[in-house]
Write a protein that binds this ligand. Structure first.
Ligand SMILES: Cc1cc2nc3c(=O)[nH]c(=O)nc-3n(C[C@H](O)[C@H](O)[C@H](O)COP(=O)(O)O)c2cc1C
Length: 436
């Protein structure tokens, strides 16, 4: 019998090594008198727990708070295989209380990677390293999802990592010598994202579209086999699905181009394909760019919030459980008026449209973008007392990179007593000076 199986000190379930069970999981709100966070002297400043720290059940997925680690490419995979780097990176957020951690955009076909170092799930050898991460996150009693993606016309570029270059402001085509595939980049139409740093994509044939949908289906099957708790389909940021949504990047004349129904067909087929192979109990997320910020170009305003709202109503009826509302990324000429709520306000309006249509019971909203502090995270999802939340979940990216303990810190700042990872219980945040 392995040591962990007979260890009397409360081992984590279903884990092939000994690690203490985290029960309740870190980030769970505790009654004010509970001392499980190791801080017996503090008392919650409010008796009412903010919605941010209340549980949420989506199909069979139970989250103890509303924090989700937004998918973040790290361009650090080895031929699509995740490594111990990802284990530590993703594990650190889950360990510190994020209820759900979504693994970065993961290519469903090899030519769907942005860079040669992107994560992938197009072949069975990619199962084991992802399984190790899923198992670790589960050992912490937290949940894990994966974002499945195809980069379309934005594929086969260099990440710039380790080259002294800011990868998000720069792009350069990855040549075959550099592991790239510039002759096999797909798009809805032969229109490049930019004349600088991107190739002209090949217009996808109908059989390539079928291959793509099958790729999503096969990757979803692998993800289920691995044991992920949820899947997110990447339909945002100018990658393949969002390229099909936009009348600027999609100028096809077949059943995948032209009308709203035709441009959304690829996403609809992908949703149906993924739904058909994941358990009924597993929630499905879809991320969209709610606008491509091209409204300024009146002759061709592109994919707009209005079309996103229409799409939301369709997706709600297709078994999508969470619409993750992002924006932009499909056009280098996009014009965004950035302010802290620039995306969250759109999420709020789409949520309101769903509510009015009586579809909020079927599909809820994930809000993302510039959430950097506790108060903002709280306000975005707060319900009750005449409040209209903008979202039901907060997806946070960069703040988790700056502060992997963002959930614990937010709880402290909001005066909510939460469970900590049990090994860290002796290190609560020092008491802040009380204002007199
Ligand atoms: C390093 C990095 C990598 C990202 N990779 C992805 C990705 O793989 N998939 C995705 O949908 N969004 C990706 N994004 C966008 C984030 O998920 C998020 O939507 C965006 O950063 C706004 O949230 P924030 O203000 O909390 O950072 C990435 C963002 C960053 C900073």
């Amino acid at each position: 019998m392995p040591f962990h199986a007979k260890n009397p000190t409360n081992p984590a379930a279903n884990t092939p090594y000994y690690t203490p069970a985290q029960n309740p999981p870190a980030g769970t709100a505790l009654p004010p008198s509970n001392t499980a966070n190791g801080d017996s002297s503090s008392s919650a400043s409010s008796e009412v727990i903010p919605t941010l720290f209340t549980p949420l059940k989506i199909r069979s997925l139970e989250l103890q708070n509303r924090f989700v680690v937004s998918p973040m490419c790290t361009y650090s995979a080895d031929e699509g295989h995740l490594t111990d780097w990802h284990l530590v990176h993703l594990g650190s957020f889950a360990q510190r209380g994020a209820a759900l951690t979504i693994v970065e955009a993961t290519a469903v076909l090899a030519n769907g990677r942005i860079s040669p170092e992107d994560s992938g799930l197009w072949q069975d050898s990619q199962i084991a390293p992802l399984k190790r991460i899923v198992q670790y996150i589960h050992s912490q009693n937290q949940k894990v999802g994966i974002q499945l993606a195809h980069a379309g016309r934005k594929a086969s570029v260099l990440s710039g990592l380790g080259m002294g270059i800011k990868s998000w402001t720069w792009s350069k085509v990855a040549t075959p010598e550099q592991g790239g595939w510039p002759d096999n980049v797909w798009g809805p139409s032969p229109i490049p994202y930019s004349d600088d740093g991107y190739v002209v994509p090949k217009e996808m044939t109908l059989s390539q579209i079928e291959q793509l949908v099958q790729g999503f289906k096969d990757a979803a099957k692998r993800a289920v086999e691995i044991g992920v708790d949820t899947i997110e389909i990447h339909g945002a940021h100018g990658y393949l699905i969002s390229e099909f949504l936009s009348p600027i990047s999609n100028q096809r004349t077949d059943k995948y181009g032209g009308s709203f129904e035709n441009r959304t067909r690829l996403l609809v087929e992908t949703v149906q394909a993924v739904r058909s192979v994941i358990p009924e109990t597993m929630p499905l997320f879809v991320r969209i760019s709610a606008t491509e910020w091209m409204e300024w170009q009146e002759s061709q305003p592109g994919w707009t919030e209005e079309e996103s709202t229409k799409l939301a109503l369709v997706l709600a009826d297709l078994g999508v459980d969470v619409l993750d509302v992002s924006s932009g990324g499909n056009n280098e000429k996009q014009q965004i008026k950035i302010h802290p709520y620039y995306q969250l306000d759109i999420a709020g309006r789409i949520r309101e449209a769903l509510r009015k249509a009586g579809k909020l019971e079927k599909m809820i909203i994930g809000g993302v973008g510039m959430i950097t502090n506790a108060e903002m995270a709280r306000d975005v999802v707060q319900t009750g007392e005449g409040r209209t939340p903008k979202a039901d979940l907060v997806l946070v990216a960069r703040q988790f990179l700056r502060e992997p303990e963002f959930v614990l810190r937010a709880a402290d700042e909001l005066g909510v007593k939460v469970a900590w990872p049990s090994q860290y219980a002796r290190a609560p945040f020092p008491r802040r000076e009380k204002k007199l």
